[in-house]
Design a protein around this ligand. Structure first.
Ligand code: SF4
Ligand code: SF4
Length: 107
C-alpha cells in the first residue's frame, strides 16, 4: 500500500512514518559526560523509563545506550552534577563522550 510519503508499508493499514527506516545509530540520544566520573550515584538510573543507563562497579562512570534511549530528558533533570546532556547539547570539551557512551554498548 502506498502513502503520501511514497513508502510501501510492510503492513496493510499501517502507513510508514517518515524516518521509520533511519539507522538508530544516526539518531539523537542522550550522553553521560565527565562529571559522572567518581559520582555514579545512579539518580539517572532511578528515573530512566526504559532502563538504558548502565555501568559496572569497576567502570569510571555510567553510560547511556543510544539504541534504547528515548530522549525523555529525565536523566538531565535528575543528575546532581549535570553530567547528562542531549547529544546536540554536549559541550565542546566533552564531545568525546558521545563516542565513549556508544562504544560501551558495542559487542
Ligand atoms: S533521556 Fe530518558 S531515556 Fe534517555 S537515558 Fe535519559 S532518562 Fe533514559
Ligand atoms: S545521575 Fe549523574 S552522576 Fe549520577 S550516575 Fe547518573 S550521570 Fe552519573
Amino acid at each position: 500500500m502506498g502513502n503520501q510519503w511514497g513508502f510501501e508499508s510492510p503492513l496493510p493499514h499501517h502507513p510508514v512514518e517518515p524516518g521509520a527506516f533511519l539507522n538508530r545509530e544516526e539518531m539523537m540520544t542522550h550522553v553521560i559526560c565527565e562529571p559522572c566520573i567518581g559520582v555514579k550515584d545512579k539518580a539517572c538510573v532511578d528515573v530512566c523509563p526504559v532502563d538504558c543507563i548502565h555501568g559496572e562497579a569497576t567502570d569510571p562512570q555510567l553510560y547511556i545506550d543510544p539504541s534504547i534511549c528515548i530522549d525523555c530528558t529525565l536523566c538531565v533533570e535528575a543528575c546532581p552534577v549535570d553530567a547528562c546532556f542531549a547529544e546536540e547539547d554536549v559541550p565542546p570539551e566533552w564531545q568525546d563522550y558521545i563516542r565513549i557512551n556508544r562504544e560501551y554498548f558495542l559487542p
